[in-house]
Each structure stands twice: as C-alpha cells, then as structure tokens.
Design a protein around this ligand. Structure first.
Ligand code: NIG
Ligand code: FE
Length: 420
C-alpha cells in the first residue's frame, strides 16, 4: 500500500453517506439511515479517498513524513457539497425587478412584460466572453467557499446559436481555471426568444435540435427544458426531450414550478436523470415516478426559489420521501428566482418548509445531488476510490448543520486531495 498523502483525523463525526444501496440514489428510509462515524478519520492517497473509519482503526504504518495531517477535533467531516442545478453563466443582474416583485408583481407577469429571463438574455447577449468568464469565476469562488466541490451549470440566457454555445464554452473553461468541477447542461430551451415569437415554441426547439445540439456532443452531457406557462408546453417539451434522448443526451426538466402541467412524469417516462423544482408535483405523481423509474429519477428540490419568489407553495418533500422518490437539494442559483449561492441555507429551508431531517438534507445535497448529475461514481460520499472532496465544518454534529440559519459552517475545503 502507498502511504497516505492526507489524513483528516479526530473528527467528532464523519458523515460518510455510506450504508445504503450503491447502484441508485438514496430513497425512503435510506436517505436518513446512512452511517456516521464518531471520532473518525478520512485518509487520502493523491486525489482519491483511500480509507474512512474510526480513529482506533487508522493504519499508522501508512502515515509517513510526507503525510499531511489535518486536525478535526470537535468538528464534522463530510463530503464536498454537490450543487446539482445552477444557472452559473449570465450577464447583468435583476435587482430592479426585485423591487417590482416587492411591490407585488409575479414572476410570470414580469416575464410576460419582456422582463425576467428575457431581460437577462439581453444582458447576456451584450456581454463579452471575458465578462461572462469573470462573473462565472467570481461565483465559483463563492461557491467554493461554501464547500461546493462539484457544480452543474446550465446555459439558457443566450437563446441563439452563438450565445448558447458561448455559455457552454465559458462554463467548461471556468471549470478548468479553478478547482471546483463544473458539469455543463444545455438549457437552450429556457424560453422562446423574441426572434421566434411569431414562429412559436415548436419552431424554436426544431431550430435547436437542427442547428445547435449536434455541436454540443461531448460538450454537455445533459439537455434541459423549462416546461411552464409562458415557456414551453408539455407536448413541445416531450418532443424536444425525446429527440435529444435519441441524440444521446441525458435529460433534465424544469417542471411543476408554478403549475402542475405533468412535465415531471413525462420526463421521467423518457428516462430523465432529474426532474427539477416540483413545487406543484403531487405526492401521488411522485409515487408513480418512483415506481415507474425504479427509483432512478431524482427530484431536485429548490427551496430558496419559492422563498425568493414570495410563493407560499413549497414542494412536499416529506411526502416525496415517504413515497420513495429520491430527492436532491440545490440553490438553483440564477439572477431571477434565486440570487443566492448559499446551499446551506437551502438545506435549512428544506428542513423548515419541506419537512426534511438534517441527515436527509445532507444526503440530498451530496450523494443524491451527485446522482442527479450522473456523477455518483466519483463524488457525493466518503467512499474509498472516490475523488477526495472533503469538508471540515465548524460544527460538532449533523444536527447543527441546518440549525445555524444562513451561516457558512465551512472551515476547510479539500478538492481532489488538495486544500483549496
Ligand atoms: O430555475 N424557471 C426557470 N428558470 C430559472 C429562473 C431563471 C430566471 O428567472 O432567470 C429557474 O428558476
Ligand atoms: Fe433552474
């Protein structure tokens, strides 16, 4: 055996996320029943996790002069957070619309008046690639300080061929320029751009399928679509996802955010990796999805979005869990419906408004989030062989994580075995 390069030791609790099935996301009781090791360690060899266990079982023969030791006495050690739904790359911001919203205008009314997503599209088209990159790197640095070690980044504020390809390119390049791994998703079908207002949603997705998707093979693993009033109707979303699936893309959908349109069930039938938002998804439909997909499609819940949109309807997370649907949590970071990168706050709101336990919330933002972006083989839990993405927190137990509302509990961030 090679010597350890890094040992994080004497942790009050090591949140392993291990102990459930390894061939699918955690669902039902598994979401709460994973293993915590009291007084434990995590050992790394290079960029991989080598061993995890109680201090009494640490193999001291593998600790040499070259081993870096990180003391975690009194602290929680856990896998890096996986942020599985963001709109990382965009120009401008929407602070002006925040004021409109505070005066009572709704999200869809602002969109229908040419604002909302369309106002960010104008700002994004006007921004240079350098500006977009600078903004993306700034946001990624903040995410890293929150302990996010892998992050999904959607396009969707270009809505023309060149700008959409630029957004995917910037996301990929930003991933190479700093330590947080970036997983790009193509959301060219975010809303219908002004150029296709007359021709309509079906003509626009035909344009994407014909002119854009072929250039994205190998650049983005997933495509996504916003199925909602004012965006894409169910039949167009079904057609688009079906065609993209035939082209080899993994599928995601923004659905049941503001209305129940049947988008989640439709996408799950097509084999979607995740269905996202789900505030209006019923517990009965959640049970059907869980059964039909054999627990493989993950519902990504975004509790900061209803909070920020002043909508009192939150996804019934507790019922989804009881009905066997695997759930993940994310911020949905974007300039319109969630300008926050604080995934810890999302965990707290999931406990307060969606009925999660602290352990369920942690699992939903680590291992299940990794499943939601097709990366469970290499991140999301402290399992030997996975990438050494590890956090040391300034709290002493898992229950404290969602308790300190709005705080950032992160003390140390290790990505690929390196402190960053
Ligand atoms: O996930 N709902 C659609 N898309 C984003 C919001 C985008 C925006 O408002 O700029 C979301 O909430
Ligand atoms: Fe989103």
């Amino acid at each position: 055996m090679l010597p350890y390069t890094l040992v994080i030791q004497h942790a009050a609790q090591v949140l392993t996320l291990a102990g459930g099935p390894t061939d699918r996301p955690l669902a039902g009781p598994h979401l709460n029943n994973w293993h915590i090791i009291e007084n434990g360690y995590v050992a790394c060899q290079g960029d991989k996790i080598a061993a995890v266990g109680p201090m009494a079982e640490l193999d001291h023969t593998l600790i040499t002069a070259g081993t870096r030791l990180l003391d975690a006495t009194g602290r929680v050690v856990m896998p890096g957070l996986v942020e599985c739904h963001t709109h990382l790359v965009f120009g401008g911001n929407r602070a002006h619309e925040f004021e409109r919203k505070l005066r009572g205008e709704s999200y869809l009314d602002i969109l229908a008046s040419g604002g909302g997503i369309l106002s960010t599209v104008r700002a994004t088209r006007a921004a240079s690639e350098e500006e977009l990159m600078e903004n993306a790197l700034h946001h990624l640095e903040c995410f890293r300080r929150y302990g996010i070690t892998t992050l999904e980044a959607k396009s969707g504020y270009g809505l023309d061929r060149d700008t959409e390809l630029r957004l995917v390119r910037v996301a990929r390049a930003a991933g190479r320029q700093q330590p947080v791994r970036v997983v790009p998703t193509f959301l060219g079908a975010h809303v219908v751009p002004p150029e296709f207002k007359e021709a309509g949603p079906r003509a626009y997705v035909d344009f994407i399928l014909r002119e854009v998707l072929s250039d994205l093979k190998g650049e983005a693993a997933f495509v996504d679509i916003f199925c909602e009033e004012g965006a894409f109707p169910l039949n167009v979303a079904r057609y688009f996802l079906g065609q993209a699936h035939k082209m080899g893309f993994g599928l995601k959908i923004h659905a049941e955010q503001l209305h129940d349109m049947g988008g989640c069930e439709m996408a799950a039938e097509l084999g979607a990796t995740s269905v996202d938002h789900c505030d209006y998804l019923t517990p009965a439909a959640a049970a059907r999805i869980a059964q039909q997909t054999d627990g493989r499609t993950v519902a990504v819940l975004l509790p900061l979005v209803p909070l920020f949109l002043r909508q009192e309807k939150y996804a019934p997370g507790r019922e989804f869990i009881e009905n066997g649907l695997p759930v993940a949590l994310s911020t949905d970071f974007n300039p319109g419906s969630c300008p926050s990168k604080n995934l810890w706050l999302a965990l707290s709101v999931a406990c307060l408004k969606m009925g999660f336990t602290p352990k369920e919330a942690v699992a939903a933002a680590t291992l299940n989030a990794a499943w939601a972006i097709g990366h469970a083989a290499d991140c999301g839990s402290l399992a030997p062989g996975k990438r050494a993405d590890v956090l040391v927190l300034d709290v002493g137990s898992v229950a404290e994580i969602p308790y300190w509302l709005g705080e950032n509990p992160v003390r140390d961030v290790v990505i690929g075995g390196e402190s960053v």
